[in-house]
Design a protein around this ligand. Sequence first.
Ligand SMILES: Nc1ncnc2c1ncn2[C@@H]1O[C@H](COP(=O)(O)OP(=O)(O)OP(=O)(O)O)[C@@H](O)[C@H]1O
Ligand SMILES: [Mg+2]
Length: 213
Amino acid sequence: MRTIAIISQKGGAGKTTLAIHLAAAAAESVALIVDTDPQATASRWGEWRKGADPEIIDCGAPTLLAGKLSKAAELGGELAVIDTPPHADAMARQAARLADLILVPCRPKAFDLAAIEATAELVKASHKPAFVVLMAGPPRAPLIYQEAADVIEGSFGLQLAPVMLPERAAFHHSTAQGRTADEFDHDGKAACESRWWKRTAISSGGKVWWSIQ
Ligand SMILES: Nc1ncnc2c1ncn2[C@@H]1O[C@H](COP(=O)(O)OP(=O)(O)OP(=O)(O)O)[C@@H](O)[C@H]1O
Ligand SMILES: [Mg+2]
């Protein structure tokens, strides 16, 4: 089972939105979300969609995470996406330790970029492949994205994912109804952008870290 940890110490960075859309984009695999956040946002979303895939598994303590992942793999899970809480070092570290790949959602805004320093250190200490996914930025603002890339790659030494989910109302409306952007408006821009996960591989140094195929 492949395991992706979604980590950002900053609240509201887009962790749960990314976890939901990534797991849903991988629906051809047996994908599940492990909700390690006491706020239980992903679990609530799962209730709103009345149990439709992806399955959501709760995990309340870092010491339980390895066991939950093993159980999911035994039951046929092929992809686990771990949604982590903000400001929670122990859970974020454990998720990073158990993941094959780490994604760090971040808004392309000065304060948000400055705040990923702590997450960058945590991620680097794990020695796992890690990529920043820019979330909820303006759809067309090349200068903002260039500046964000300079900070992420230049100052923090993290890699930028080739996929982002720009600011779209459909991400808000769809999740509020227990749906994904794709289910909410299949032909809309948010749906199209969330399907990028299906056709975009994440690679570096000649190695493909993520591909849905
Ligand atoms: N690409 C986007 N476009 C529009 N709204 C977005 C986008 N990404 C996230 N949001 C909105 O931003 C808010 C925070 O997102 P989300 O809950 O995914 O962040 P989080 O990092 O999981 O927060 P927390 O740290 O509290 O767990 C939500 O209202 C969500 O709908
Ligand atoms: Mg969340």
